[in-house]
Each structure stands twice: as structure tokens, then as C-alpha cells.
Design a protein around this ligand. Structure first.
Ligand code: KG4
Ligand code: ZN
Length: 349
């Protein structure tokens, strides 16, 4: 049994979680949304200052809710990239200091790999057949990969332009939703007809596993120009729902195509979803309906673990660093704002 305290300060949320192995005892997320709204966007210096002010309180709250003292912890983990450099350093330094003071190992985790492991956090002993396809869909990333039987992870494709969440946010905003528009677009899409408009499915049938969504954005805007929303409120609502349902269906269809193909090639029978867009009810319904036909079981994280959170960093540490020693953790204080993945080497960054 490993008691883990994990920290994620990669962007504009200060998050601290405490887990017992993969069971989440607490997961606190303090949003900086209001702060950045005042500036009309994320100001990196403001973000790191806000993390610095919040981190100690958020950590104390996470420990209190878990009913765990620092002396009981076995391991501390924190995100070292990708993210905003100044923000990452706050979480890393705090976590490292805590580990040093407690005399326990520290582990620096890759944020994207944290997302990959988030479906394991349900605390139900979930153990998918491996290899499994992984799909991380967020505001900034659309990544497909494979989790091997030895729990090594390797990326096989990504978007070559916009991320799926990015176009959902942009088009939702175009129709009047506040940022992030994803949850609102999703709610409308669930009531619409996904076959109302036939949007393109870019790169479908191509040999690679990459995605492209910018053409879909253009097609949506063109359709809106061709047939603007009706003035009648009830008709407008129905048309919006159809447009969003058709958009979500096009995105989901592209994801399905790459998932099914990679699963077939690798002999995978499960797909692990992650990232903010994995909270989408439309996507969940679509995948539950279509993936089993390809012999693939979809698995989604709890909604709270789709968007950025520290519990997924604990899950990553659980799989990667359970048996590491205090000495082994000494070199882990480097942060890389651009840490990503290296397709050529298949490295995790
Ligand atoms: O992973 P995430 O919290 O942040 C990063 O981008 O790293 O993902 C945020 C994205 C946003 O684009 C947001 O609109 C989208 O996830 N999102 C959703 C839903 N909840 C959040 N998209 C569709 N349906 C949702 N329910
Ligand atoms: Zn993220």
C-alpha cells in the first residue's frame, strides 16, 4: 500500500490529491478562472504567483480531507511538464521540499502521461486487457497511443492542426457560449440530430494515425453562413442542437476510425479515454454504441478526473515510481514547459 500526495500546477488550476494506491482519498482543485477572466486570458506571471499563494492551503486541505498526515506519506509526485514554466516550478519546488522534509521519495511526472493513467482511478481494481489504445482529447491535445502489457506507453499519432477541444471551444464561443464552451456544446449536442449536417471527416482512411480538425471548423462556419440560425427561438435552438450534434459526431467518427484501426493493428481490445473532452456525454454515448462493434471496450475516467487534476499525477506515480528510493529521486527537479513526446523514439518526455 502506497500513500501518495500529488501536485499539478501545469496551467491555471492549483491541484493537490492524496491517494492510497489508486483509490482517491481527496482531490482538491483551486481554479484561477476569475483571476484570468479579469485579464482576458492567462497571464503566466499572475498564474505562478497565484499558485505560490494557494499551494500550501490546497495541500493542507487535501491532507485534511484524506485524514492523512505528512508523516504517513510514502511518496510525493508533481508535474514537471508540459505546462507554464513558472507555474510548474511552484508545484515542483513545493513537492520536492515536502518530500525532502519528510525524507520520502519524490517523482516528477509528465502531465500527458498522467491523463493516460486517469481511467485507473475509479478505485474498482480496473485492469484492462493490454495492450490498450489510449486517447487523450483535451483543449490543447488530441493524442492516440498504446499502453503495452508492461505498462510502457507510446504515442502513435496526434492532431496536425487544432485539438478537438479547441474547435469545440471556438465554435461554441461563436454561438455565444462562455469559455470553456465544451460542456455547453455537449449538452446541446445530446439533444440534436447527429446526421442533420454531413461535416467532413478529415484524414479518414489515411495510413497514419494523425488527426486534423481545422477543416471541420471551416465547414461548420460555412454551414452557418449558408443557413444562418432562424429568428424564431425554438427553431434556432433545434438548429443549434443539430449543428453541435453533427459537429460532435464528425469529431467522434474521426476518433473512432483511428482507434479501431490502431486496435486492430496492435490486437488491442480496450480503449482508455482521457482529457477534458472525455467528459463529453455525447462522446461517451457514441463510443459505447460504436466501439464494441470493432471488438473494443471503451473506458472513461470519472468526469472529475477528465479535466486537469492532481489525482491523475498520483496514478502516474503509482505505476511508475512505487518502488523508487529517496536517493533515486534526487535528480527530479527539472521542469520543461515544452515537454511533450518524441514519436521517433517513442519516448514519454
Ligand atoms: O484536459 P483539459 O481540462 O485541459 C487541457 O486542455 O489541458 O480539457 C479542457 C477541454 C476544453 O476544451 C473543454 O471545453 C473541454 O475540455 N470539455 C468538454 C467537456 N468538459 C470539458 N468538452 C466536451 N464535453 C464536455 N462535457
Ligand atoms: Zn491536461
Amino acid at each position: 500500500m502506497t500513500l501518495i500526495l500529488a501536485i499539478d500546477t501545469s496551467c491555471d488550476d492549483t491541484s493537490v490529491a492524496v491517494t492510497r494506491d489508486l483509490a482517491v482519498l481527496s482531490c482538491k482543485v483551486r481554479s484561477q478562472m476569475e483571476l484570468h477572466e479579469a485579464f482576458g486570458g492567462i497571464v503566466p506571471e499572475e498564474a505562478s504567483r497565484a499558485h505560490g499563494e494557494a499551494i500550501d492551503r490546497v495541500a493542507a486541505a487535501a491532507l485534511a480531507e484524506a485524514g492523512i498526515s505528512v508523516a504517513e506519506l510514502d511518496l510525493v509526485a508533481a508535474t514537471n511538464g508540459p505546462g507554464l514554466l513558472g507555474s510548474l516550478l511552484v508545484g515542483l519546488n513545493y513537492g520536492r521540499g515536502l518530500a525532502l522534509a519528510a525524507g520520502i521519495p519524490f517523482y516528477a511526472a509528465n502531465h500527458m502521461l498522467g491523463h493516460v493513467f486517469s481511467p485507473f482511478l475509479a478505485g474498482d481494481g480496473f485492469s484492462p486487457p493490454l495492450p490498450a489504445v489510449t486517447l487523450t482529447v483535451s483543449g490543447g491535445h488530441t493524442l492516440i497511443g498504446l499502453l503495452d502489457p508492461d505498462l510502457r506507453h507510446r504515442y502513435h499519432g496526434s492532431t496536425i492542426d487544432d485539438a478537438a477541444g479547441e474547435i469545440i471551444d471556438k465554435l461554441g464561443r461563436r454561438l455565444g457560449h462562455p469559455y470553456p464552451a465544451g460542456p455547453h456544446v455537449d449538452a446541446e449536442a445530446l439533444t440534436g440530430n447527429p446526421k442533420a449536417v454531413r461535416f467532413p471527416r478529415p484524414l479518414r482512411g489515411e495510413p497514419a494515425f494523425d488527426f486534423s480538425f481545422s477543416g471541420l471548423k471551416t465547414a461548420f462556419l460555412r454551414e452557418l453562413e449558408r443557413a444562418p440560425l432562424p429568428a424564431d427561438p425554438a427553431l434556432a435552438a433545434a438548429r443549434r442542437a443539430d449543428l453541435f450534434a453533427s459537429l460532435m459526431a464528425a469529431i467522434a467518427d474521426c476518433l473512432l476510425d483511428r482507434i479501431a484501426r490502431l486496435a486492430k493493428e496492435a490486437g488491442a481490445r480496450a480503449c482508455l479515454f482521457a482529457g477534458g473532452v472525455a467528459a463529453s456525454g455525447f462522446l461517451r454515448r457514441f463510443m459505447a454504441e460504436h466501439l464494441p462493434r470493432h471488438g473494443v471496450e471503451p473506458r472513461f475516467p470519472d468526469r472529475a478526473h477528465c479535466t486537469d487534476n492532481a489525482a491523475m499525477i498520483a496514478a502516474c506515480a503509482y505505476f511508475r515510481a512505487r518502488h523508487r528510493t529517496f536517493e533515486e529521486s534526487f535528480a527530479d527537479l527539472s521542469a520543461d514547459a515544452f515537454a511533450q513526446f518524441d514519436f521517433e523514439a517513442g519516448a514519454e518526455g
